[in-house]
Design a protein around this ligand. Structure first.
Ligand code: ARG
Length: 458
């Protein structure tokens, strides 16, 4: 209905039905209802304090908005597509409820600064939640690191056996990544936490508003400094989506490892049944659906970032309707990241480690070859020569179907006279791991210290 529109004055023809639907955002921006009402209440209070609208109207507006909030939360609010978005749905309903006073709410404000405020308020809360989910996941990783302290697995480069490492060290590698992800979310929050209301449509407003007061009411430490930028900036959303993409990349790498480790070829771990599904045809199957899906969902989070970057890339200042396209990718990213983190935190906590299989795998593939070379260096041989000597010993082992610890002293002496009985002790898995004892290394003592450090939140 044309008369329903809040901007109907300029128009003589009603909007085409399909155009209405095509241009509306209420289908997805209704999730901003809480932030929209919160922002409107702060705006109304400020208008009252500044004497721009009567205090009596402010009271009516605040009560009216609170009633609408209750109605929405009770699922009793009828959202209307012809009212386009959440801002106009709420404002129109307010005027229906309280009349004149409701029609004064939009004084000194535009939907352009209103939506900039609402998204910031929304994302701000979500960032806090995402950080909390990251903490849960970090806790699960620390739990596994402690549960399996001392378990040795093969460490890889190029997915080829490289050197033995502690399983706990591997878990702590992800702790480091997720801690940085948390840091990126916090950085993003800091830059986003600036109050844009008061920018009006683009140039500011003619009314004597008090932006700092609105910021205070809404818990923003500062206000934006340029009205054009306030209504046209979406880099805070892009920054979040960039950080979310990196976070999903980490989850995806981890997923890949979990999938690989649970194959019958590896059998390093067992995922809990509750995170897997069976096959409708192959009775033996237990598929790692959860990590597979998280790996897959990484694609949409990257896609969302590219979508919004592309939406923004050639927009002239200030607001353009294109920017309404910010919401779906942003909301989808938030939902996907939260869901992935939550499910990962639970799945990691319930994961079972086959320490024997890991250990056996670590003992294969000449994983201690570097330790033999380092041993020779300690006996006075230059590293490059030692590398050559051990290379030959490995070739000998390959040809004779042996592993390095199986060589007899006479065989060792085919490669170097410097090798003594003490080579045996030097190339056990434990010795190999514990020899890597500088900060950041896989030695048990270092790993224990790191567990304590991350537990203390450092
Ligand atoms: N629904 C719009 C959006 O999400 C709100 C801002 C609309 N402003 C305007 N001038 N049409 O971007």
């Amino acid at each position: 209905m044309a008369h329903e529109k809040l901007w109907g004055g300029r128009f003589t023809q009603p909007t085409d039905k399909f155009v209405e639907e095509f241009t509306a955002s209420i289908q997805f921006d209704k999730r901003l209802y809480h932030q929209d009402i919160r922002g409107s209440i702060a705006h109304a209070r400020m208008l009252g304090k500044q004497g721009i609208i009567p205090m009596a109207d402010v009271e009516e507006i605040v009560h009216g908005l609170q009633a609408i909030l209750d109605q929405i939360e009770a699922g009793k609010f009828d959202f209307s597509v012809s009212l386009e978005d959440i801002h106009m749905n709420i404002e129109a309903r307010l005027s229906q409820r309280i009349g004149e006073a409701g029609k004064r709410l939009h004084t000194g404000r535009s939907r352009n600064d209103q939506v900039a405020l609402d998204i910031r308020l929304y994302l701000r809360d979500e960032l806090v939640e995402i950080s909390a989910y990251l903490d849960l996941l970090i806790d699960s990783l620390i739990f596994q690191a402690e549960e399996n302290l001392g378990v040795i697995m093969p460490g890889y480069t190029h997915l080829q056996t490289a050197q033995p490492i502690l399983f706990s060290h591997h878990m702590l590698a992800y702790v480091e990544m997720f801690k940085r992800d948390k840091g990126r979310m916090e950085d993003c929050l800091r830059r986003m936490n600036v109050m844009p209301l008061g920018a009006g449509a683009l140039a500011g407003t003619t009314f004597p508003i008090d932006r700092e007061h609105v910021a205070e009411l809404l818990d923003f430490p500062e206000v934006t400094r340029n009205s054009l930028d306030s209504v046209s900036d979406r880099d805070f959303a892009l920054e979040f989506m960039g950080a979310a993409s990196i976070l999903m990349m980490h989850l995806s790498r981890f997923s890949e490892e979990l999938i690989l480790w649970s194959t019958s070829e590896f059998r390093f771990i067992e995922l809990s049944d509750s995170f897997c599904t069976g096959s409708s045809i192959m009775p033996q199957k237990k598929n790692p659906d959860v990590p597979e899906l998280v790996r897959g969902k990484t694609g949409r989070v990257y896609g969302n970032l590219m979508a919004l970057l592309t939406v923004m890339k050639s927009l002239p200042l200030a607001y353009n309707k294109d920017m309404q396209e910010d919401k779906e990718p942003l909301f989808d990213t938030i939902d996907t990241v939260k869901g992935s983190l939550k499910i990962f935190a639970d799945m990691i906590r319930e994961l079972r480690v086959n320490s024997q299989t890991m250990r056996q795998a670590a003992a294969k593939g000449f994983s201690t070859a570097t330790d033999v070379a380092d041993y020779l260096v300690r006996k006075g041989m230059p590293f490059r020569d030692a590398h050559e000597v051990v290379g030959k010993a490995v070739r000998y082992c390959v040809e004779n179907g042996k592993e390095l610890p199986e060589l007899a002293m006479t065989e060792w002496h085919l490669f170097s006279a410097r090798i003594d009985e003490d080579i045996r002790e030097a190339i056990t898995l434990e010795a190999s791991v514990n020899a890597r004892a500088a900060t950041g290394g896989t030695a048990l003592e270092r790993v224990k210290e790191e567990i304590e450090r991350v537990k203390a939140g450092k």
